[in-house]
Design a protein. Structure first.
Length: 365
């Protein structure tokens, strides 16, 4: 009896006569097994979209059956591209970085690009330079996902001719920038609380030297100033739930606080717990708005009113812009992704607030 493995070996196309011993299967063999042309196999290998889905599946199956692996170096020499993107990220601990990085890798795979991830660890120009040295060979373009204003001030300079995307930055440069609309998000959060009747809004800010934290704090100030409201002192956190919990002690000790805008949902989570332990009820005594709209925020106690950011759309925009520049030489200057306010149960009018009634005119005589 012939074993299954022997049968598989019999069906597998054999190397052409004169081929070198140990040489892997060729693109021609893949085409023969899939019943397509070599040009079709090439289009599949290079991630082209002009291939029928059923045909693509046959080619991919044939590649898997034969153990075919495209020679990236040879393809790069022929096309001038490696079909590889570099992703430099400060860290993967924050919710936003993780979601954006995930979206970038998924979208890159969809359009036929690999992604090489390079965590920086510290936001310094030296760290960026070292990361470039490790990514420059075999990479067609780079996404820099670093929330550090220190890099903005230093004015990053990438190697000449290397397409690059900057995420979460206010840097004015010759590189493409992709960002959520930080200013709109902060304005929506503050105006929501003012519209509920709160006299002013306190702010639990994010980490220093972070562009999103700076943008949200600046817009918080501008919105209060535009409405003629008192601007309370900023309370500084570090994006963590623990820093929100610690901030709650100071906020709870201020009897006049009725509304807080936290720069992210994780700090808002710690704030909710700290206020509860201090006997300050949310939203009866203090209203709280977060930022990010983490999936868990709908299950906080109470469910959190927050600003929804689409990190998936940011990731897709990064890859779309970078691939367009790599393949067509067309650069997008700046892409701003809109945000929206999601109202839940953590916000309400302040204690004792009575909405103004329309003027009924003088009493009838």
């Amino acid at each position: 009896m012939t074993s299954p493995s022997a049968e598989s070996a019999e069906r597998r196309p054999q190397p052409a006569r004169g081929g070198r011993p140990g040489r892997g299967p060729s693109m021609t063999q893949v085409a023969e097994l899939a019943g397509v042309s070599s040009q079709t196999v090439s289009r599949v290998v290079n991630g082209r979209t002009n291939v029928d889905p059923a045909t693509r599946d046959r080619v991919v199956t044939a590649m898997e059956d034969l153990g075919y692996r495209p020679n990236r170096a040879a393809r790069a020499l022929k096309s001038g591209r490696f079909r590889s993107l570099g992703l430099m990220v400060l860290d993967l601990e924050s919710y936003g970085n993780t979601r954006t990085a995930n979206a970038i890798t998924l979208e890159a795979a969809r359009v036929g690009y690999l992604v090489t991830l390079r965590p920086l660890g510290v936001p310094t120009i030296e760290a960026v330079s070292q990361a470039f040295e490790s990514l420059i060979e075999g990479t067609d373009g780079v996404v820099l996902l670093v929330e550090a204003s220190t890099l903005d001030r230093a004015r990053i300079e990438f190697p000449p001719g290397l397409p690059a995307i900057l995420v979460d930055t206010d840097q004015e440069s010759s590189y493409t920038v992709v960002d959520n609309d930080q200013r709109l998000g902060a304005r929506l959060a503050v105006e929501h609380l003012l519209d509920l009747g709160h006299e002013t809004v306190w702010h639990l800010a994010g980490a220093q030297d972070s562009h999103p934290a700076d943008a949200r704090e600046n817009q918080w100030r501008e919105t209060l100033s535009r409405h003629g409201r008192t601007i309370p002192p900023v309370i500084r956190g570090d994006w963590s739930a623990q820093s929100g919990y610690e901030a709650a002690r100071r906020i709870a000790a201020e009897p006049g606080v009725t509304a807080v805008f936290a720069a992210n949902d994780q700090m808002a989570l710690g704030l909710l717990r700290g206020l509860d332990e201090a006997g300050r009820r949310v939203p009866n005594d203090i209203s709280v708005v977060g930022y990010d709209d983490m999936p868990e925020s709908a299950n906080f106690i109470p469910p959190l009113t927050t600003v929804h950011q689409s990190f998936d759309r940011v990731g897709v925009a990064c890859v779309t812009s970078l691939v367009r520049e790599i393949e067509q030489g067309v650069r997008t200057e700046r892409t701003i992704i809109p945000v929206e306010l999601v109202v839940r149960s953590s916000t309400a009018p302040p204690p004792g607030f009575t909405a103004a009634t329309p003027d009924q005119g003088p009493p009838r005589g």
